[in-house]
Design a protein around this ligand. Structure first.
Ligand code: SAH
Ligand code: MG
Length: 198
């Protein structure tokens, strides 16, 4: 297992795959353990790195993870099999915005796919959250470029940074959730649904 993880870290560097930072995945693993999270939905598997580490947080947490890039999906399947985790990690090859999850619900939803679609992901998947569940989002600092716009000099990058800033406002303005932001790794948010029942 350790060797497969080290191999994935090398693969990510060589092939420019943006895997989660160590401090961030440690934070999420701890969250899974402390809150007895039973199932996770991840948007954006890449090569399965964060899914495999989340599955390692406890010995019974189950992960469903969605990836739309075929090469990365295949790599993720290979890595999950190598770790013997295929019973606990289900990898879905599709665009997350097209996936139908009717009948399923999750304790933790981890949003880590196209930064420009974060609001869409949140609005679609929040309906699949169990009571007391949480939505965690990665890369809210976007490599330090959010809140540091003067250093953003291409139009496409600026577009992404704008969208992440809009997502942060969306979370802050969302009256159904309480969101905390953490300066861990590339910036994480943790959004917990308010209990509206009286
Ligand atoms: N969670 C991974 C990293 C994910 S990188 C880890 O930390 O190990 C983001 C991934 O999201 C990319 O592989 C990209 O192909 C995928 N992605 C982007 N938009 C998507 C979408 N709409 N549906 C599914 N996957 C998407
Ligand atoms: Mg990420």
């Amino acid at each position: 297992m350790k060797e497969v993880i080290a191999e994935m870290e090398r693969y990510a560097i060589t092939n420019n795959v943006p895997i989660i930072e160590l401090d961030s995945i440690k934070f999420i693993m701890k969250y899974i353990k402390l809150n007895n999270v039973k199932n996770v939905l991840e948007i954006g598997s890449a090569i399965g790195y964060s899914a495999i580490l989340m599955a390692n947080a406890t010995d019974n947490v189950e992960i469903t993870t969605i990836e739309k890039d075929e090469k990365r999906y295949k790599e993720a399947v290979k890595n999950v099999n190598k770790c013997g985790l295929d019973k606990r990690i289900d990898i879905v090859f599709n665009d997350a915005l097209e996936v139908n999850l009717a009948g399923h619900s999750y304790d933790l939803i981890f949003i880590d796919a196209a930064k420009g679609s974060y609001i869409k992901f949140f609005e679609k998947f929040c309906h699949y959250l169990n009571p007391g569940g949480v939505i965690i989002t990665d890369n809210l600092k976007f490599h330090g470029l959010v809140n540091n716009k003067s250093s953003v000099n291409t139009k496409s990058l600026r577009g992404i940074v704008d969208k992440i800033e809009k997502y942060i406002s969306f979370l802050n303005d969302n009256k159904d959730y309480i969101t905390k932001f953490y300066d861990i790794g590339d910036g994480l948010s943790v959004s917990i649904k308010k209990n509206n029942e009286k």
